[in-house]
Design a protein around this ligand. Structure first.
Ligand SMILES: Cc1ncc(COP(=O)(O)O)c(C=O)c1O
Length: 483
């Protein structure tokens, strides 16, 4: 069955006749009705929902700058001013100084791409002997680093993490460093398990070897400074640590602003020069881009600026206080539950748990029936199949109900027989080719052009597949999903 849009479907959308805006709005709302219902406060991933008053302001600010173009800061000085203030705030929160610099980007991935481009181009200038550049990073570093390395032709040298703490060892960093190494990477914290890497040690090693050191604080940057102010024991992870040269930090996660909001920060402006791309080789306008995006809306920057001004330090501290309270409740409930195992030591509100006795796929499906969205993470190396929770402020009022449903469902599953077997032998999965994946999709009723409603079986298959097979299945699936 092939459900991708055919030309007649396209014509009904882009018709000869103008449609009314009321009809169009109705159609948009109709499409939205099948989306993940994030406004229920029962979703533990993807969405970092602002409180209603902040949300109204964010929308207003976004729309005020929807059409302004961040391509040229001399044409839109408003955007330059807002960016300076937003980046100045980020530098201050992360203990930079007058020499520090940064740029507003559209997401953590863009910030990470820029950190690696900076390291690569710095080496091209200063250490041209590094002809096959690499960075060293733990397997728990976000996939964005792997993607950035792929795009920029830099090798990602992956080191393992400890199976209890989920942190890397300094010996493994040291052993991985070679004459082509540009930079060491650590997370504060990692997305998957919410674990903070030993940044002070990583940065000290980087400094002693004359290497750059990037800290990925995409999720921690707008959270940990407030947790520290509240008295939580947060290890130093920012520019206060000697040797940290750059940091990525997102506003569109725990900065609770509209998506398209992150930043890349450098301890020293001198390094930022290598982040900037210029092109005067073509026949058009002189292009100078400090970031990957070129033409870009001013909306997300204005929304971010407005939200930071609105909430201020106290506002964020209150949000962190509430979410830390909710995280402690959930982590305690998991630790007390004999069927569940908390993975690592999650310092902030992002946690992962596994289980040796219950079927986590069934747990996710049963929780979904009760309206909770929790995120499955597939097994990889020492990290078992697990459930990830990003607890945001919108979840806080629902946290007791969440724990109660989770505990009840876990108990039910422990007392019932669940079927975890794949619908075919593992050898079949290991021998899959792209053609077989497409046949398998058909036999499982997965139609091209449509997102499957129930992902339980597909998730089981992906979990059982090797990383290479998993990548191949995902590529086939997504290639069929989009027209
Ligand atoms: C630690 C970390 N780094 C990087 C990223 C990538 O950010 P984005 O999805 O905004 O590109 C994420 C996303 O969740 C993250 O959690």
């Amino acid at each position: 069955m092939f459900r991708n849009l055919v030309m007649s479907d396209i014509l009904s959308f882009f018709s000869d006749q103008k449609k009314s805006s009321a009809d169009i709005e109705a159609a948009l709302l109709d499409m939205k009705s099948n989306d993940l219902p994030w406004a229920t406060g029962k979703v533990f991933a993807y969405v970092y929902e602002p409180a209603p008053d902040a949300y109204a302001l964010i929308k207003k600010a976004y729309m005020l700058f929807l059409t302004e173009n961040g391509l040229d800061p001399t044409a839109f000085s408003s955007l330059l001013k807002m960016e300076q203030e937003v980046i100045g705030t980020a530098i201050q929160l992360l203990n930079g100084d007058d020499k520090s610099a940064g740029n507003f980007t559209f997401g953590g991935t863009e910030s990470i791409i820029l950190a690696i481009k900076t390291a690569r181009d710095f080496a091209r200038d200063k250490y041209p002997e590094k002809t096959k550049p690499n960075i060293v990073l733990p397997v728990t570093a976000h996939a964005a680093f792997f993607k950035a390395c792929h795009y920029l032709c830099v090798e990602a040298k992956i080191i393992p993490v400890n199976e209890e703490t989920f942190t890397p060892s300094m010996t493994d960093y040291e052993n991985a460093i070679d004459e082509n190494t540009l930079m060491l990477v650590g997370s504060s914290p990692s997305y998957a398990h919410g674990v903070i890497d030993p940044i002070e040690e990583i940065a000290a090693l980087a400094k002693s070897k004359n290497l750059l050191c990037h800290v990925d604080a995409c999720v921690g940057g707008m959270y940990l400074p407030f947790a520290k102010a509240l008295g939580y024991d947060i290890p130093n992870f920012d520019f206060s640590v000697e040797g940290v040269t750059s940091i990525s930090m997102d506003f569109h996660k725990y900065g609770y602003t509209a998506k398209g909001a992150s930043c890349i920060l450098h301890k020293d402006r001198a390094l930022r020069k290598y982040q900037i791309y210029t092109c005067s080789e073509w026949s058009g306008y002189s292009l100078v881009n400090p970031t990957v995006m070129s033409s870009k809306t001013g909306g997300s920057l204005a929304a971010c600026w407005a939200n930071l001004s609105f909430l201020g330090f106290d506002g964020f501290r209150t949000i962190v206080e509430e979410t830390q309270g909710a995280k402690t409740k959930v982590a305690d409930a998991i630790q007390k539950n004999k069927h569940l195992k908390l993975l690592g030591n999650p310092v902030m509100n992002m946690i992962a748990f596994g289980s040796n006795s219950i079927d986590l796929f069934a747990l996710a499906a049963k929780m979904k029936e009760k309206g909770w969205y929790i995120q499955l993470q597939f097994k990889h190396g020492i990290s078992p199949t697990n459930i990830h929770l990003s607890i945001n402020q919108a979840n806080v009022p629902h946290i007791d109900a969440f724990i109660s449903d989770l505990t009840e469902i876990v108990e039910d599953l422990a007392n019932s027989e669940t079927h975890t077997a794949l619908p075919f032998p593992q050898e079949f999965l290991d021998s899959l080719t792209p053609e077989m994946v497409n046949q398998l999709k058909e036999s499982l009723g997965v139609a091209d052009g449509e997102a499957p409603v129930d992902l339980t079986l597909i998730n089981r298959i992906l979990d059982a597949a090797s990383p290479a097979t998993r990548d191949m299945i995902l590529k086939e699936f997504v290639n069929g999903l989009f027209r």
